[in-house]
Design a binder for this molecule. Sequence first.
Ligand code: GUN
Length: 302
Amino acid sequence: MTAKLIKGTEIREEILEEIAAEVKEIKEKKGVVPGLVTILVGANPASISYVTLKIKTADRLGFKEIQDDQPEDISEADLLAIIDKYNKDDSIHGILVQLPLPKHIDDKKILNAIDPDKDVDGFHPVNVGRLMIGGAEVKFAPCTPAGIQEMIVRAGVETSGAEVVVVGRSNIVGKPIANMMVQKGPGANSTVTIVHTRTQDLAAHCKRADILIVAAGVPGLVKPEWIKPGACVIDVGVNRVGEKVSEKTGKKIAILRGDVDFDAAKEIAGSITPVPGGVGPMTITMLMKNTLNSMKYKLGMM
Ligand code: GUN
């Protein structure tokens, strides 16, 4: 069997078109657009490329966007003052501080200073708590898990009563996606197991999964024989395993590999996400959706 490919690049375009249409309609009716500020401290090359893509996407959707670049040696107090300024700015609905931050800054302190109602990353403890409660309490689901759930739903995979196995227990993917899939409601109602580095028989758990979500950061961790025939496999791993020269640009680019042995797994799974082009493009897409929703909450439209 050859699995159906769940392409994040295609789903991204569908969702961005939906967001752009809504932004246009709200702008015409109410004269407001979503406002997003991205704060980048220092010049980490990976962070620069993420932030650039976020800004380009926000621009394309007709958002107001501010790129606030700060020097590597900014003090914690000065960074807190900048966040305070955007917390008070009514034209800003989403504040994103790009991680990682330099070592002299306590990232928890910074993330906790963002107004939870502008925390479009969904990292603030208030939003983590809202996610745990579920239902109407949820304001901002963190972007990667939100993208994963959206992909599962749009691929037409049944989640109600499904055995979901999540490999990895990180705060930004494993724990929130497990929490989201176990909630009551559409795209959820699943029976969820989280497995991690101390789990005794990883393979046995994975073999039970109707939906296998892998966010371990270990290239090729999941072997084809761990996959239940017909399962939906979501590979969140983006591991740099080498470099190659791009045929398009002639520049050196990273060779990326997922946490799942894709070539073998696609012969067993019912549906599977590729790496790259799977979960990756969904994260920024859901950031845009969270920013739009933040404005809609403020306008009393949600
Ligand atoms: N650095 C890498 N991914 C992310 C993300 O999703 N949000 C933030 N704020 N920083 C990141």
